[in-house]
Design a protein around this ligand. Structure first.
Ligand code: GH3
Ligand code: MG
Ligand code: MG
Ligand code: MG
Length: 304
């Protein structure tokens, strides 16, 4: 399938205060794409939040909240700022167009428009959106295991630190390290080691059940779980689940001193971040220290 083929079937949000204009655009684009529509800015933002369209076609002149304001509000909202916006408007001056582009629009189509041109531009912007989504996904994902990478973890840690500081709720981190993994590679080969890493990652993803929880590969055979709003007791429960899930994989490891199968050691740290402070690194350091204790005490266990 080519990028152009994939650009069909996108989800579009059409925003215009005149039903007639919505009907015209729906007629032009409705066959190729799923179309949602809103007749004012407030409704547009509500639908954008609910349905995450791939592209927004936005009228400029509307009562109450105009297109420029809608565009600015989208850009100011973290989850919505990446949705491309095309202005479709009867305004025609270079100043109007400049203002739209400066507000964050990716394109500016003037009415009356040519049907084929509108279809082509919509496809182009859907294609660009898909490519930038794919790129973003690549930069945030660990290629071997498919879980989040260290960069995603660091971003999430900073965000959750601030969020928990505002809400005075605890934030927990669990560092996880596979036991005697060097010996595993020595015994079974590096390729088997890679398969083992994937299996362990996959088993652990299931253990960090709640939505904001994030499992990331921190490096080599080390993983980390971020648990927003989790107390030390909550983190302990997750650690126990992980120990059990990895044991249940029952991957043979004849060289391990911690058992006959692959096991992990874990270190937990919990903090209620102080407002105004940002020392997220300390949370990882403390978890790392606890992990070191778990290793020292025989592995295949967690420490706080
Ligand atoms: P410990 O129980 O103390 O953690 O011992 P360990 O052998 O697991 O720790 P060490 O840090 O000495 O070795 C980590 C090993 O993990 C060495 C490295 O070759 C292996 N490793 C790191 N990344 C990968 C990878 O992507 N694939 C494979 N197969 N092995 C990896
Ligand atoms: Mg209008
Ligand atoms: Mg290690
Ligand atoms: Mg290890």
């Amino acid at each position: 399938m080519t990028w152009t083929d994939q650009a069909r079937n996108g989800r579009l949000l059409i925003v215009d205060d005149a039903m007639e204009n919505i009907q015209i655009l729906n007629h032009v684009l409705g066959e190729e794409h799923e179309v949602l529509f809103a007749m004012n800015g407030v409704k547009a933002l509500e639908l954008a939040r609910q349905h995450r369209p791939d592209l927004i076609l936005l009228d400029a002149v509307m009562p109450e909240m105009d297109g420029y304001e809608v565009c600015a509000a989208l850009r100011a909202t973290e989850d919505l700022r990446d949705i491309p916006v095309i202005f479709v408007t009867a305004l025609t001056t270079p100043e109007d167009e400049t203002r739209a582009l400066e507000a964050g629009a990716v394109d500016f189509i003037t009415k009356p428009f040519n049907v084929a041109v509108v279809r082509a531009r919509v496809r182009t912007h859907l294609t660009l959106k898909r490519q930038s989504d794919a790129m973003r996904e690549l930069t945030l994902t660990d290629a071997l295991t498919g879980v989040a990478n260290r960069r995603s973890f660091n971003d999430a840690l900073d965000n959750e630190w601030r969020r928990c500081a505002r809400s005075h709720t605890p934030l927990s981190v669990i560092m996880i390290d596979i036991d005697h993994f060097k010996l595993y590679n020595d015994a079974y080969g590096h390729q088997a080691g890679d398969i083992c890493l994937r299996q362990v990652a996959n088993a652990m993803v299931q253990c960090a059940g709640r939505t904001p929880d994030l499992l990331a590969r921190y490096g080599g055979e080390e993983f980390v779980i971020l648990l927003p709003q989790a107390s030390a007791e909550g983190a302990e429960t997750v650690a126990q689940r992980i120990l059990a899930a990895v044991r249940e994989l029952a991957i043979p490891h004849r060289m391990s001193s911690a058992g006959d199968t692959v096991t992990v050691s874990l270190g937990i740290s919990t903090i209620v971040p102080a407002e105004g402070s940002c020392d997220a690194d300390s949370l990882v350091r403390v978890a790392d220290g606890a992990l070191y204790e778990a290793k020292k005490e025989g592995r295949n266990r967690y420490r706080i």
